[in-house]
Design a binder for this molecule. Structure first.
Ligand code: FAD
Length: 273
């Protein structure tokens, strides 16, 4: 069985908390390896990520895993977060640079995720399994695809254990990226990030920002279905499930689902697999 994991964002309101609880309850049934919780760079969810990780671990009994970003936070803040997560029983973290609105980065901050990985290894040895991000379609701020791959290798050499990719809808990009990484001597598992499709116009905005390409034929299909919600849902689930199937058949070591705190779009895919 291919290991799976789910990603959530930390709820801020009571209503969002209830929704998270409902989704976690349903998705737990798929026996995920872990459930991760994002972290808003710049401090916006500074207090909500630990609280949510704790909620996952104590209330739901699942392996809650925090994301930690290094821009917008100083080393001392990161040190105390790592201590807190250790105290909560965490032995895995997702280490990222994060994205901060311009002007919010304070002096002395780390610039790249590789520096965060170095700090974790220097101060916690092998305690944490460290996941990092990878970009089969290239990080939008990278000079070019090869420079981005070399930067990925710096993170791995700093001590990352595995990587989760940005979402993509083109398996060729993933398999080529894995081949290129192997050719550079990167041998850690590279787990595809999977974005189920629920709100298509929101997805198009996200994809513009993070550089993920949505195939033209998919856009045309979605446009044709218009407000026919049932057709949109069925098509989106079939399309993403087929993508997952190709990834598994091609040897992907796991699947990481960006749930956006919703259970149904992810479940619809898992049921099809
Ligand atoms: P890095 O690895 O530091 O790379 C960032 C850029 O800098 C790249 O263009 C890279 O090529 C370049 N670079 C790296 N090292 C060097 C170097 N030594 N010299 C020159 N250039 C270099 N964001 C959040 O805010 N919170 C989250 O919880 C979160 N979770 C995520 C989870 C996953 C699985 C993924 C894929 C992304 C997530 N993000 C999150 C988004 C992520 O923070 C952004 O994509 C961010 O822009 C880059 O983060 P990174 O860790 O990949 O950065």
């Amino acid at each position: 069985m291919t290991p799976i994991s789910f990603e959530f964002y930390p709820p801020k309101t009571e209503e969002q908390r209830t929704q998270l609880d409902r989704s976690v309850q349903k998705l737990k049934a798929h026996a995920p390896q872990f459930m991760s919780v994002t972290f808003g760079a710049g401090g916006s969810t500074l207090s909500h990520t630990p609280e949510t990780v704790q909620r996952l671990r104590s209330q739901h009994g699942v392996a809650g895993v925090p994301h930690i970003t290094c821009v917008g936070g100083n080393r001392e803040e990161i040190r105390s977060l790592l201590k807190l997560y250790r105290a909560l029983g965490c032995d895995r973290v997702v280490a990222l640079r994060g994205d901060t609105p311009s002007g919010m980065v304070r002096s002395g901050d780390m610039r790249y995720a590789s520096e965060l990985v170095e700090l974790i290894r220097a101060e916690h040895g092998d305690h944490f399994h460290v996941e990092v991000a990878a970009y089969p379609e290239t990080h939008p701020q990278a000079e070019d695809a090869l420079a981005d791959l070399r930067h990925f290798k710096i993170k791995v050499d700093a001590g990352a254990n595995s990587a989760i990719t940005q979402y993509f809808y083109n398996t060729d990009a993933y398999f080529r990226f894995v081949d290129d990484a192997r050719a550079l001597g990167i041998d850690i598992p590279i787990i595809p990030g999977i974005m189920p499709i629920s709100n298509f116009s929101q997805l198009r905005r996200f994809s513009e920002a993070c550089g993920a390409e949505i195939p033209r034929w998919v856009v045309q299909r979605m446009r044709a279905y218009g407000d026919d919600v049932d057709s949109v849902r069925a098509f989106a689930s079939d399309f993403v499930a087929a993508l997952c199937r190709r990834l598994i058949e091609g040897g992907a070591p796991g699947l990481h689902f960006y749930t956006l705190n919703l259970s149904k779009p992810t479940q619809a895919i898992l049921q099809r697999l």
